[in-house]
Design a protein around this ligand. Structure first.
Ligand code: ZN
Length: 282
């Protein structure tokens, strides 16, 4: 599933491609992709002829902010979640559209933004957002990259939490955007085991975790996110990410730890795979 670094990579690319363009046409081929709305007509009429003013992101959600050109438009943001297998692709007129293209937006430069999603867990919906906040995203916690919180804030956020650290990092109502890959990498970077209780962390350990979240996510964004062996994650131009080449534990079971040489272990936490070094993480 695309996580914060993958979605941020796409956000930056969208910013360079579609800001200031107007949406000339919208076609929807699978109603499951717009399941929060009553009809395709509602979605199409609400966004057609609007201009894209900026591209935001909150956790794993992309936000296309709109400026309406007609009074009919009632929403100011198109929100896109890629789910398990979703891709956003920019395509030219006349190019062959991929199988499982569920929604297409055509812009006034004749390019298309295509939402492709074989497993259909992803979705596109509309709301009125301001700085990443809106009713439909109200259950999300802070975004660790765009919403600043100090080390003291983080200490307060984490204190009293009793769930295992890996689960806490993946809890979208705690921080949004971190999933299975980056929780493993962040925990390795901070030297903490996946099953530690947040309550048990010393002040230094909380500090290490706080710094590692920022460091790992920023490096992953810098490398265009991670594409695993299935290469399901593709950026806006269909290219894979590069951060998988820098993973220190995720999907590296049996391989030597880059710090101590011991074999990386794979285990399960709440039916999700989890990778860690038994020597470097305590
Ligand atoms: Zn190690």
């Amino acid at each position: 599933m695309p996580e914060l670094p993958e979605v941020e990579t796409i956000r930056k690319q969208l910013e360079s491609q579609i800001v200031n363009l107007s949406i000339e046409d919208v076609e929807i081929y699978n109603l499951r992709s717009i399941r929060r709305h009553d009809s395709a007509k509602e979605v199409i009429e609400s966004i057609k002829n609007s201009y894209i003013t900026k591209i935001g992101r909150r956790g794993k959600y992309l936000l296309l902010y709109l400026q309406a050109t007609s009074s009919f438009v009632v929403y100011n943001t198109v929100i896109i979640h890629l789910g398990m297998s979703g891709q956003l692709l920019i395509q030219e007129t006349g190019s062959e559209f991929k199988k499982h293209t569920h929604l297409k937006m055509q812009f006034n430069n004749n390019k298309f933004l295509c939402f492709v999603d074989p497993r259909t867990f992803g979705e596109v919906f509309l709301d009125n957002c301001e700085d990443g906040f809106c009713i439909k995203l109200q259950n999300l916690g802070l975004d660790p990259i765009t919403q600043n919180f100090t080390q003291d804030d983080f200490y307060k956020m984490i204190s009293g939490k009793k769930t295992k650290l890996k689960n806490l990092l993946m809890d979208q109502s705690f921080l949004c955007g971190i999933g299975n890959i980056y929780s493993d990498e962040i925990l390795f970077e901070s030297g903490l085991r996946y099953d530690r209780s947040p309550n048990s962390l010393s002040e230094d350990e909380v500090k290490s975790l706080y710094i590692s979240i920022d460091k790992v996510l920023k490096k992953a964004i810098d490398k265009g996110g991670s594409s695993l062996r299935d290469e399901q994650y593709r950026d806006l131009f269909g290219e894979i990410g590069q951060f998988q080449n820098y993973h220190k534990v995720h999907a590296r079971q049996g391989k030597p730890c880059c710090k101590c040489g011991q074999a990386i272990i794979k285990t399960k936490v709440n039916s999700r795979s989890c990778y860690f070094c038994p020597n470097c993480q305590n």
